[in-house]
Design a protein around this ligand. Sequence first.
Ligand code: CTP
Length: 421
Amino acid sequence: MGYNPDVARIVLGVCGSVAAYRACEVARELIHRGHEVHVVMTPHATRLIAPATFAALTGNPVTVDVFDEAQPGQITHIRLAQDADLILIAPATAHTIARLALGLADDMLTTLALATRAPILVAPAMNPAMWTHPATQAHVQMLQARGVEFIDPTYGVMACGDEGWGKIADTPTMIEVVERRLKRTQELAGIHVLVTAGPTYEPIDPVRFIGNRSSGKMGYAVAQAAAERGAEVTLISGPTALDPPAGVKCIRVQTAEQMLQAVQEHFEACDVFISVAAVADYRPERVYPLKRKRSQRAWTLRLVPNPDILGTVAPRKGHRLVVGFAAETGKAIEYAREKLQRKGLDLIAVNDVLEPQSGFEVDTTRLTLLYADGSVEPLPLLPKRIAAHRLMDAVVERLHILAGKSGVPDRSHLPDSFKSP
Ligand code: CTP
């Protein structure tokens, strides 16, 4: 992080498709725009274009073999993977897309793709039957769920004479997507985003608790999307089986009261608060110090309300952008609008958890975004990682609107990009 998106270090991966010649055009255009380009070719790609062509165009050595060590003492694929600001694979063949999806690392390009934390963009080029094949489409979906962005192929006549979807996107489109992605990587630099995620567990005794079915996937995806845009992210997480996203400060809590305390400690310093956690609304009034033994008699637990975390901090929002989530079962929009108003939010993302593929424990969701100004933005069914980015698009747009509004409390702490409408 911390690079200038106008002058980035880009790894251009080239696979063995007839469209490999287009990679020369892409390399030349990226260099023309001031970027540094390092080309990595698959062995098949070298049968179509000589590495020397790319070396001459980019002024940098071209790597093909994992054992090509330009500088003795440095492991090339690790250095390139760590130094890259972005990886663009253009053209990408069905075979390489499959290898990326499966996490294979059997040549320089796939090894590097596995070792990098930089965003990966993929521009496929292949015969229409191969592009539309369920195997290829399944691999595309797997990669999209992991945050890989596809620059979709277009419709046309292929080198083999077949007509259909599979032609590599045109060069201006690829350049535009690359530059948009580079800018996005920095667009929340200087912004502190606080996210809550997962369920809370409310203890009954040392072995039992009251909880809910939240997996934390949505909240973690939101934290990751914010970090991928350069924000400083603090994630306050209830119990989940997930690893915190790279670059995110994660604070683990168990109960609603612990989550409230952690949120209160970090709320002051944040610019954006996104409350994704499925907080248990009630907790047992009494926690048994020892495991309560089984008996044949009925057991009545008295539950007392937990604090509403979002409802507690939202009235103190000041200049902050505050975003809520609502998981509903029927009348979703109506209930969410009422929550948006009652809790004084800028935005609420609602989903109907009774809808298949859009609830707890799954990787997809269908969100509708409701804004304080009354506007409504329905999103399609998307992998949670992509939905999280769509939500971040809305957050960035609202930050710009907030910063541009007259009479808004001091915004001087925000980066310059947020000071003008
Ligand atoms: N929330 C919270 N603390 C709670 C309950 C909810 O911070 N104790 C937050 C959630 O993280 C979410 C929003 O409030 O962003 C709405 O949560 P939801 O459970 O849908 O709303 P509730 O206020 O609990 O209303 P209800 O359960 O009656 O639908």
